[in-house]
Design a protein around this ligand. Structure first.
Ligand code: PLP
Length: 376
């Protein structure tokens, strides 16, 4: 039986052409025309409807991009940072690389992202905090107006982890074009991929220059090798950027396919005691992963559904991200919620990500729907 994947790379012809071009011209290095053209393509895509123009910097991963956003944002040893609790580890880890202290903020139920009320509470408890990292979970835009408003009132810098949110829009404006410094990922499972890769975006050239400096071993602009700060080898390869260039040509097509998968699930599963991952009015998620939440009190657990998908449909799903405050590595960290039992914990208990692979046929999607139905 054919394997149905959660979200695997979907390649076209252009990607290989651009890789060949890199080979033909012998630009096999972390500099070159594919990098420049990928940066330009993302720049044009995300800035089209943004009142603020962001500069793009292609890096070797979304994690590297987040790491450098945190560095340019001034997160350092002992800096407390409010960060979404319900996320992938890479949102929080680079805060820890720098010796910063993550304080986790719970989700709300309308988009599963950072809860403005919980953030408000967090500022009452810790008015000294100056950095907030907001994730657009599964490509679904967070409540940006409310979150930005709160940050403004507290004179705090907002950073967007838009790793999962390329081609997601909030009120017509691209996610990742609101915060001070933001990051995207082109990891193999994302809506477009360079196998591994990411992008930092910054509205001011000075911050971009600083990020570029850190990404290229913090070398001073002198003819010899002079270093006054610790740096990193974080630039994207020109070969991999060729994949990204090709993928950007198909981003809207990928988005449309992801959306169709979500809507087909929503319709097909509508009679079950479940709901799909919600999104806010006037937003256009990229539907990177379609997720379902089993109603409270229903005696079907996510692991039962995942097991059935695997065994009966040869299909790959997975649990909702396990909240950071529940991870051993962050044991003892603070989680701020307005609920007795955090919303993110509840989503983790009852939610799962359904196969959302762009290459799924209608037959595959219906096989998943029938398998899920068979669990109830
Ligand atoms: C929310 C989130 N943040 C950060 C990352 C890190 O990106 P990368 O895997 O490209 O390092 C990912 C994805 O992998 C992610 O899903």
């Amino acid at each position: 039986m054919k394997r149905i994947y959660l979200s695997s790379p979907t390649m076209h012809e252009e990607e290989l052409q651009f890789i060949h071009e890199a080979f033909e011209k012998n630009w096999i290095a972390p500099v070159g025309f594919n990098i420049d053209l990928l940066e330009k393509a993302v720049d044009e895509y995300i800035n089209a409807a943004s009142p603020v123009q962001y500069h793009t910097l292609a890096l070797c991963s979304g994690t590297a991009a987040l790491h450098l956003t945190y560095k340019v944002a001034g997160i350092t040893k002992g800096t407390p940072v409010f960060v979404s609790d319900s996320t992938y580890c890479a949102t929080a880890f680079p805060i820890t690389y720098e010796g910063g202290i993550p304080i986790f903020i719970d989700s709300e139920r309308d988009s599963w992202n950072m809860d403005p009320e919980a953030l408000d509470k967090a500022f009452r408890l810790h008015p000294e905090v100056k950095h907030v990292v907001v994730v657009h979970l599964f490509g679904t835009p967070a409540k940006m107006d409310e979150l930005m408003d709160i940050c403004k009132r507290h004179d705090a810098m907002l950073i967007e982890d838009a790793a999962e949110a390329l081609s997601s829009f909030y009120h017509g404006r691209h996610c990742g074009t609101f915060g001070a410094y933001n990051a995207f990922s082109f990891n193999g499972n994302k809506i477009i991929s360079t196998s591994a890769g990411g992008m930092l975006v910054a509205p001011d050239k000075k911050a971009w220059d600083k990020a570029m400096y850190y990404a290229t071993q913090s070398r001073d602009p002198v003819p010899w090798f002079e270093h006054k700060e610790i740096g990193y080898n974080y630039r994207l390869s020109n070969v991999l950027a060729g994949i990204g260039r090709g993928q950007m040509l198909h981003l809207d097509e990928h988005h449309a396919k992801k959306k169709r998968i979500y809507e087909t699930y929503k319709e097909g599963l509508k009679d079950l005691p479940i709901s799909m991952n919600p999104y806010l009015p006037n937003t256009e998620p990229n539907f990177w992963l379609s997720c379902m939440l089993i109603d409270k009190g229903v005696d079907v657990k996510p692991l039962i559904v995942l097991d059935a998908l695997n065994k009966k449909a040869n299909a790959e799903g997975r649990q909702i991200w396990k909240p950071m405050s529940l991870q051993d590595v962050y044991r003892g960290s603070e989680i701020i919620s307005i609920e007795d039992y955090p919303v993110g914990y509840d989503l983790y208990d009852r939610g799962l990500c359904l196969p959302s692979d762009i290459k799924m046929t209608d037959e595959d999607i219906h096989k998943v729907i029938e398998t899920v139905k068979g669990c109830f």
